[in-house]
Structure formats: C-alpha cells, structure tokens
Design a protein around this ligand. Structure first.
Ligand code: AMP
Ligand code: MG
Length: 416
C-alpha cells in the first residue's frame, strides 16, 4: 500500500463503484430470537407460518342470542318469534350443552357458539322477559358468527421474512402463539473518534480544543439505521492506540471519525491496510473525498473525515446503507423525497458526486450558500439534500430536482 500521507490521492474511486462494492460484500446477519415486546422495528428473519387457526373456535361477533338461524325465518317487529333462554355463554366460558330446537343462549361478543346454534341475533332486536326471548328480525345461518380461521388460517404465512415489524405485526405474532420471533441480528457498530483536539461531548469548547460533535451525530445515525451502538472511545492521534482499537473484534462495523485523509496525523488508512484491506481510499465526491472503506477480519471499516459535514455525508453514502443492509433493512436513503424546482443553479463538476444542502422555501429548492465541509450549521439550516451525480456538471435554475428531506414532516410539497 502506497503511503499517501502528505502526498495526496493519486486517483479517486466513484461513489457508485464504492456503493456497488458494498452491495456485493454485505450479507444479512444471522437470526436471533427476540421477545415480542422488543421485536417492533426489527426485521423478521424467516417466514412466520401459523400453526393454529385464529380463532380456533367459532365465536360470536355480537352481544345477543345464539340459536338456529332458520328458526328465525319470518320474524319481524310485527311477528316476533319466541325462544326459550336456556343459559348463557361468555368469552372463555363455553356453554356445556347443545342447543335444542326452540331454544336460545344469551351470548357475548367473543364467546364460543354453542353446539346446535349456527347464528347470533343481536341484542338490539331481542327482548328477553321471564326466561323467554322474543326475536323481531330474521338471521341467516352463520350470521354474526366468526368462523374458525377467519383471521388467520393454520399453515398460512402470517408474516414474511424481511418484514420490518410494526406494532400490529407483533400483536399478530402473539395471536398465533409466537413468543420469540426470529429476527435479523442488529449490526454491532464500534465508533472510534480520533483527534488530539477533541473534548468529550457535554463539555464546553475551550482554547484550541473543540467538542467532539461527530460521535453524537453518528451514534444517532446508527440508532436510526438499526445498529447497536457499542461503547465508543475518543482516541488521540497515536497510531498504536488506533491500531489496538481497530483490532476490537466484537463489531460488525467500525466507524472511524477523523484522521482519514492524507495529513501527517492521518494514521487510520495505513492501519486498516496493515490489519486488513483498505478497499477504497479517496472518493470523487464533495464533501468527504478523503473517505475510505476497508475490512478487517470480516468487519467493515468506514473512514469518515473529521469535518462534520463530510462525516455525515460519508456515513449517509456508505456506512448507513451497510448498517441497514446487515440488519436486513433497505439500503435506500431513509428520507422522504420530494420533487421540486431549483430556485438557483447548483454548480458541480463532471466525475464528482455532490451532496448539496438545500432549504425548501415557498415550494422551491434553495442551495445553502455556506457549504464548507466544516460548517455543521449548514446541515442544520438545510431541510434536506440534493445529490448531484457524477455525470452532471451541475443543475440549472428551474430544473426539477429530487430533495431527500432530513425530516419527514417539516416540508409540505408546494408550501413553505
Ligand atoms: P481530520 O479529518 O481529523 O483531519 O479533521 C478534519 C476537521 O474536522 C478538523 O478541523 C477537526 O478538528 C474536525 N474534527 C475532527 N473530528 C471531529 C469531531 N469528532 N467532531 C467535530 N469536529 C471534528
Ligand atoms: Mg484529526
């Protein structure tokens, strides 16, 4: 491996090339059993086939009277038909006997339909007096009866592998008797933050020291993407310390913030190459061109430039999709997209991919002027980003562009 320190990149890879490499290399992690209350948001690792019918018994869909439907034929308000009330059935406590002709059973919603009955007349059209009920509306057999398996049938696939579980999915799994669904294991992400100038988040910047903001942002991004955020460390720019930390085996993904470039103190690229492979270093993009991607013993290592906007951008392009894909989620940008016209042109260069922070104002897209990679507040003022791909020299004012919105709700299409 050529030592690029203080020499610069001889050549840079395309964003698409790096993305394609990652798409090829990443395998979905194996499954683990997860408690029902924790499975929401997780990805189902295998089809869940129902081993039971739900409901497993015919049940009443109404409060009323269970009887033989055909015995009510002809009943009306003017011509009610009377039945003898021989008992009652409640959810969870079935009626022991069988309903004989001329008899009815008081029944509540969810209670099992007793033998001999095949329909339920709702209470509103009945009047019960002294052990007899007068029914003033006819019901066909099976009326107001929930059939066996009407919700889920035994042997049906209740939920498919790859499904990101919703609250109601977890409820459904409970209803078919599943206690611990098999979910894709969450990727374990180790964050190494390098820089002699850094103070831990929560401190006040002082003198020539700045506060490490990247770890705060990255840990939130990892959580968003379904990763498990392992205890992180702030490391000095000392190769032996970074080497030790890179060897940490208990991770699926290692994120290194800072020290990824070609400066004298940028040790991470050389160390990744030494301990494993540095597949890419230097990418044709702005910001984050000094980003890198490598692997150490099956762990994916992302070298994220320390400049906060670069760090965000490199995470979003490369690390984020990898974390999501390892966990069985979609690689796609996790942002809502809107198509809106550009208020001002965006300049770029052919051969380079740009991550342009934009505001949405009055239904059009305004590129944010202060766009240096160190200006984190540019991403705070932005409503989202426009990606200018390498084949474009830029985009003229008026062109319709896709905006990836940072927030789901903050921008309504067409309004400020
Ligand atoms: P580096 O990539 O280490 O050369 O850092 C580039 C710039 O980003 C420098 O101005 C650093 O001080 C700054 N920087 C590095 N790490 C962080 C961090 N964790 N949080 C905020 N700024 C950082
Ligand atoms: Mg540094």
């Amino acid at each position: 491996m050529r030592d690029v320190r203080m020499k610069g990149f001889a050549e840079r890879a395309d964003v698409e090339e790096v993305a394609a490499f990652l798409r090829e290399q990443v395998r979905v992690l194996p499954a683990e059993e997860v408690a029902l209350l924790e499975c929401v948001g997780r990805v189902l690792a295998a089809d869940e086939r129902a081993e039971v019918d739900v409901p497993g018994f015919a049940r009443s869909a109404m409060d009323g009277y269970a009887l033989r439907g055909e015995e009510t034929f002809g009943a009306s308000a003017y011509n009610p038909i009377a039945f003898e009330v021989v008992g009652e059935t409640l959810p969870g406590s079935p009626y022991a006997g069988e309903i004989q002709p001329g008899a009815a059973i008081r029944i509540m919603t969810g209670a099992p339909i007793p033998d001999g009955a095949d329909a339920v007349v709702m209470a509103e059209v009945c009047s019960e007096v002294a052990g007899r009920v007068e029914v003033s509306e006819a019901v066909a057999p099976r009326k107001n009866v929930g059939a066996v398996g009407e919700d889920i049938r035994r042997d049906d696939i209740a939920l498919r592998a790859g499904r990101r579980l919703r609250p109601q999915d977890a409820g459904l799994l409970a209803s078919i008797g599943v206690a611990r669904p098999a979910c894709v294991r969450r990727p374990r992400v180790k964050l190494l933050v390098t820089g002699d100038e850094l103070l831990p988040a929560g401190s006040r910047p002082a003198g020539v020291h700045i506060v490490d903001s990247n770890s705060v942002m990255l840990r939130a991004l990892v959580a968003r993407d379904g990763g498990v955020d392992l205890p992180f460390e702030i490391l000095p720019d000392r190769p032996e310390r970074i080497r030790e930390a890179l060897k940490f085996a208990d991770a699926d993904v290692v994120l290194v913030s800072g020290g990824s470039s070609v400066g004298a103190e940028d040790h991470a690229p050389r160390l990744v190459a030494e301990l494993g492979r540095l597949d890419f270093h230097g990418i044709s993009m702005r910001p984050s061109s000094p980003a890198g991607v490598g692997r150490i013993d099956g762990r994916f290592v992302f070298l994220l430039p320390g400049n906060p906007v670069s760090c965000l951008c490199a995470y979003e392009f490369f690390a984020g999709p990898t974390v999501r894909a390892l966990g069985g989620r979609s690689r796609r940008w996790p942002h809502r997209q809107v198509r809106l016209p550009l208020a001002r042109k965006i300049s770029s260069a052919v051969g380079r991919t740009d991550y342009v922070r934009v505001a949405v104002e009055g239904g059009s897209v305004v590129p944010i002027a202060t766009s240096g990679a160190s200006i984190l507040s540019s991403t705070v003022r932005a409503d989202g980003v426009v990606i200018v791909s390498r084949e474009h020299e830029g985009m003229p004012a008026g062109a319709e562009v896709e905006v990836l919105l940072y927030d789901d709700e903050s921008v309504d299409e067409g309004s400020p």
